[in-house]
Write a protein of this length. Structure first.
Length: 283
């Protein structure tokens, strides 16, 4: 976040987006709409959060939400019973720490808000059972350092979920991604890394790692669900190849999953979304 008040902030970018009549669905999909409590509740009920919650099933205790934004992930973690600390450097009342405090007060949830950055976490070693970062790692100025810090503050046996990280296939694709991003031209704060950069940083920090692919995880698919993506695929195929069998063929989860797995081999969209599940070895 720039310290120069003359430069646009993330809050400025979100306010600009909200004021575009043709971008209402984008605002809703990003949970930037108000009232914030309703947006947070919608996120908690979403297929994306249900998939994250499933990864955390059976866990409890202290959770850290890094780059918490306006607090929708903090809200979801607290609703699921975690004692939540929200780390957010932006003080904004719309997209930052003040928004989280307001949300926590309105929802009567005990969320502790800390205004600081992820590259140097202001917490003791082994302070958290769970760490979640939604669309955060691709913004870091020191990816390796941020991953080391996250590993440090996790307890032995703890889990880190890095959700919805932008990936490019080659450095030359970064410009294409940024050109198409709906807010980068306003704010200039977007980025994406090679898949190898994420994997190297996470494994180098000490995590054992699961990679959630772009087309097969509800976390990455949102705002699509598995079924809505299937319907969109049927419609697309029917327009290009008008055969009545597409809906029948793709009704099978097995066939549709195989189709998605095959499509991923050729998926080079700049900025496509991956998620990562890192586990810290038990002592």
């Amino acid at each position: 976040m720039s310290a120069d008040p003359k430069l646009p902030t993330w809050e400025d970018a979100v306010v600009w987006l909200r004021n575009q009549p043709d971008r209402r669905q984008t605002v809703m999909d990003a949970f930037y709409d108000d009232p914030l409590a309703a947006a947070a509740a919608r996120y908690h009920a979403s297929a994306e959060w249900q998939a994250i919650s499933a990864l955390l099933r059976g866990r409890s205790g202290a959770a850290l939400d890094i780059g918490a934004g306006r607090g929708i992930t903090s809200f979801a973690l607290a609703k699921d019973g975690f004692a939540v600390t929200a780390l957010e450097p932006d003080p904004s009342v719309i997209v930052g720490a003040a928004a989280i405090r307001s949300l926590a007060h309105e929802a009567s949830l005990p969320i502790n808000v800390v205004e600081d950055f992820s590259e140097r976490l202001p917490f003791a070693d082994a302070a958290f059972d769970v760490v979640v970062a939604r669309a955060v790692l691709h913004h870091t100025s020191d990816l390796k350092g941020a991953c080391r810090e996250i590993h440090r503050v996790l307890k032995s046996g703890g889990i880190f979920v890095a959700a919805r990280e932008h990936v490019i296939s080659k450095e030359a694709d970064l410009g294409k991604f940024l050109d198409r991003h709906p807010l980068h031209h306003v704010y200039g704060g977007e980025h994406a890394f090679l898949l190898a950069d994420y994997v190297g940083a996470l494994k180098g920090a000490g995590f054992s790692l699961d990679i959630l692919m772009p087309l097969r995880s509800p976390i990455n698919l949102y705002p699509y669900t598995f079924d809505s993506l299937r319907n969109a695929t049927v419609q697309s195929l029917s327009r290009r190849f008008p055969l009545p069998v597409w809906r029948f063929l793709l009704k099978s989860d097995l066939i549709f999953s195989a189709l998605l797995a095959g499509a991923e081999r050729f998926d080079n969209r700049p900025g496509r979304l991956y998620s990562f599940v890192g586990r810290k070895a038990a002592a």
